[in-house]
Structure formats: C-alpha cells, structure tokens
Design a protein around this ligand. Structure first.
Ligand code: NAI
Length: 407
C-alpha cells in the first residue's frame, strides 16, 4: 500500500532511548527514522513537530499544547510507555493527531514479579538473604511454608490479575478473586462477592486495581484487620491504594506476616532522588522501586506494539487503541483509494461530505466513522478515478482538520 507521498519522506523521530526494535520495524516499513537518547525541550519540540511526521517519546518528554498547536507536520505521537500524562491529549485530539501507547506490554512482567514475591515472602527470602550477607546463619523452618495448596486472593482481575491467577494455579495455589465487574474465572479460580469474603480466606492478598476514586486508600486499617492473621499483602498496582501507615502498624503488631510493596504514595522522580518510607527496615517486607513492569522484554514489547500501531495508522488509517481519539479498525484496502478525514464534530459535516461525493459522482466502496464529542474520524474507500478530487474538496471544508489519501 502506498501513502499519499513516498514512505521515505515520512520522517519519524524517536527520543529517550526507545528500544531499537522500534527503529528497525519502522525502517523496514520504509520510513525515515532518527533515534536519539535524550528528551527534548518544548522549544525544540515545536521545531521538530514541523519537520517530523511522528514523534516517539517516553515519559520525560513533555508534548505540551503549544507543541501540538504549532506543529505543522505532525501526523501521530507514539508514547513508547504505559502512561500518556506527559502529552496534551486534548490538544492532539483537536488537531486530529492520534496518540498510541502500549498499556499492556508489561502485564506478564508484573505477574512474574508477583509470583516471585509470593514465594519470597513465604520463605522469608529477603530477610534470610540479608542476614546471610551480614554473616548471620539463620537456618530454621519456622515461619517458612510451601505455597502449594495456599489461597491467593486477587483484588482486580484484569490483565495482570488474571495472568497472576494462571501462574499461581500452575504452582498449586487455590485462587479466589474480587472484581467490581463480572469476570470469566480462568482455570479453577473463583470470583467472590465481596472483599471481606476474600480477606477471610486468603493467605496472600495481591492488589491489581487501577487508580480510581474507589481504589484510593482502599486498603487501610479496617481492611488489614480483616485479613487472616499471618497472611501477606502484595501491592504492585498503584501507591495510592494502600495506607502505608496502617500497613506498618499491622506488620509491626504481627497481624501480617509480611508484605511486598512495589508502588508508593510518593515515589522519587529519578534514581538520583532518595527514597523514604516507613516500611524501610521492617522484617519480611520486600520493597522494590516500582519495577513491576521494568523488564527488557516489556521494553521490547512496547517498542513493537507502538511502532506497529503507528505503521498501521500511516499505512491504512487504523486508529485501534489510540488514546483519546476515535478508534477505527480498518480492513486492508483492495482495489480502491482510501480517504481519511478528521473533522470537527458539528452538525451537518457528514451532509457536506456526502454532497461532495455525489457531486463528484464517486462510488463509495466502504465507509467507516467513529466520533467523540470533539471530532469525527471518517474513512472512505472510493473508486480510484474520483478519490483525489473527493479528497481535495473534503480537505477544503472549514470543518476539516486533517485529510489524507492512501493510493
Ligand atoms: P486492568 O484495567 O486490566 O485491570 C484492572 C481490574 O481492576 C479490572 O478488572 C477492573 O474491573 C478492576 N477494578 C477496578 N476497580 C476495582 C475495585 N474498586 N475493586 C475491585 N476491582 C476493581 O489493569 P491492569 O493492566 O491489570 O493493571 C492493574 C494495575 O497495575 C494498575 O493500577 C496499573 O497501573 C498497575 N501496573 C503497575 C505496574 C508496576 O510497575 N508495578 C506496571 C503495570 C501496571
């Protein structure tokens, strides 16, 4: 498939050391790719967005409203990470620029960390290792258990929670879960009606909920005291979900036998900043610097996923998975030209576009439309003869934001 101008004229800038697989996949598609290790300032980005068609960033680059508004060439933004807070999404939406990220590329990495933590807690691994490093030989079976036959209670049975469920069962654990929506239980796992039921029977409670107003401080003194005496808490979801002070109290008092915490209410912004928590120094408490999703495999998978979304968008117009942008999953175009139009979602737009089509006498092979409150994304597969004229006329409409044609 050809884009409206040669593919090697489509310029893509990848910043912040994005995994090289992204560069190689985009180059294999024929795009011109430049890869850099640093982030760029707002002023630099304003200039770059008038030279490059795609900007690929991670979490340090701020794509502000000004960068988006003043961009002349920007077709799409690739967030080669999970979050998109660093991007002015609403401005990108208004300018018809879809943003792609990779929200589930690190699911498996988090699940594996949780499994490692379940065994580590159960065998007091962190503590025993620390003692041995200090020359203390603490050989004893007291408080060490197999995880086989124990019950894992998963709170939030989404992408990560369900992966943890499968892995835990394969090691002989019983799995119960609680989720606010009805979920298909994988394997022999069982969905419970309430958190209290879960706390009553779980030897390990692992949290996998998103950050919402409902999950903020969802686990405090009341919930912790409902957990079984001698059970363990694992949180690799969001720092705001657990009240750390209450957790510390329940650990010190011995109600909980241990905890593994990967996320904190306040986290250092960089590796140079000091980390402080009331959990530091507590026995059988594993604390990790938000590394649940930090694996080389996850980085590679992010590189693949985001570069493939960008390629699909440039080559055939699909916006599947785009953040804050109407999603359209398009089939491969065959024997036709494809007109892609982002327009303001105001009354009468489609009437005007259909008028152009009938005025030109074009035959529509297929039409796809997805809208949100601000914009509409319309894709039309047209007979080759009339497509260019239709595209030019649609482009000239005052309601049109961005119009492209694929030959
Ligand atoms: P997801 O969206 O696939 O699943 C979340 C599940 O929680 C859904 O099934 C939802 O229905 C359920 N849920 C929402 N509110 C709930 C409530 N009040 N009570 C019970 N269940 C509730 O999310 P995913 O991908 O599984 O991620 C889970 C968490 O893990 C997120 O908070 C995410 O930010 C975090 N995460 C942490 C990483 C790390 O490095 N530690 C890396 C990746 C994700």
């Amino acid at each position: 498939m050809r884009t409206s101008f040669p593919k090697d004229k489509i310029k893509i800038l990848l910043l912040e050391n994005i995994h090289p697989i992204a560069e190689s996949r985009l180059q294999a598609e024929g795009f011109s790719v430049q890869r850099e290790s640093a982030a760029r300032s707002e002023d630099e980005l304003v200039e770059l967005a008038s030279e490059f068609h795609v900007l690929g960033i991670r979490s340090k680059t701020q794509i502000t409203e000004r960068v988006v508004e003043e961009s002349k060439k920007l077709l799409s933004i690739g967030a080669f990470c999970i979050g998109t807070n660093q991007i002015a999404l609403e401005a990108a939406n208004r300018r018809g620029i879809p943003v792609f990220n990779a929200p589930y590329s690190n699911t498996r990495s988090v699940a594996e960390l949780v499994i490692a933590e379940i065994i580590s807690l159960s065998r007091q691994l962190a503590h025993r290792s620390q003692m041995a490093h200090q020359g203390v030989w603490e050989k004893s079976a007291n408080g060490s258990n197999e995880i086989r036959g124990k019950t894992l209670g998963i709170v939030g049975y989404g992408h990560i929670g369900s992966q943890v469920s499968v892995l835990a069962e394969s090691m002989g654990m019983k799995v119960v879960f609680y989720d606010i929506t009805k979920k298909l239980p994988l394997g022999n796992s069982v969905q419970l009606e309430s958190l209290t039921e879960l706390f009553n029977i779980a030897d390990f409670v692992s949290l996998h909920v998103p950050e919402t107003s409902d999950t903020r401080e969802m686990i405090g003194a009341r919930e912790l005291s409902r957990m079984k005496r001698g059970s363990y808490l694992i949180n690799a979801s969001r720092g705001s979900v657990v009240v750390i002070e209450d957790l510390v109290g329940h650990l010190k008092e011995g109600h909980l036998a241990g905890a593994a915490i990967d996320v904190f209410p306040v986290e250092p912004k960089s590796n140079e900043e000091k980390f402080e928590s009331q959990l530091c120094g507590l026995k059988n408490v594993i604390i990790t610097p938000h590394i649940g999703g930090s694996t080389e495999e996850a980085q590679e998978s992010i590189g693949t996923e985001v570069s493939d979304s960008i390629t699909k968008f440039i080559n055939n117009g699909s916006t599947t998975g785009a953040v804050g942008f109407p999603n359209v999953d398009l089939p491969i175009q065959k024997e036709c030209h494809r007109v892609l139009n982002v327009h303001k979602n105001v009354p009468g737009v489609l009437k005007e576009i259909n008028h152009i089509v009938s005025e030109v006498g074009a035959n529509i092979r297929a039409q796809y439309l997805s809208t949100d409150p601000n914009i509409g994304y319309l894709v039309m597969d047209l007979e080759k003869a009339e497509a260019s004229e239709v595209s030019e006329k649609i482009k000239a409409l005052s309601t049109s934001i961005k119009t492209r044609i694929l030959f």
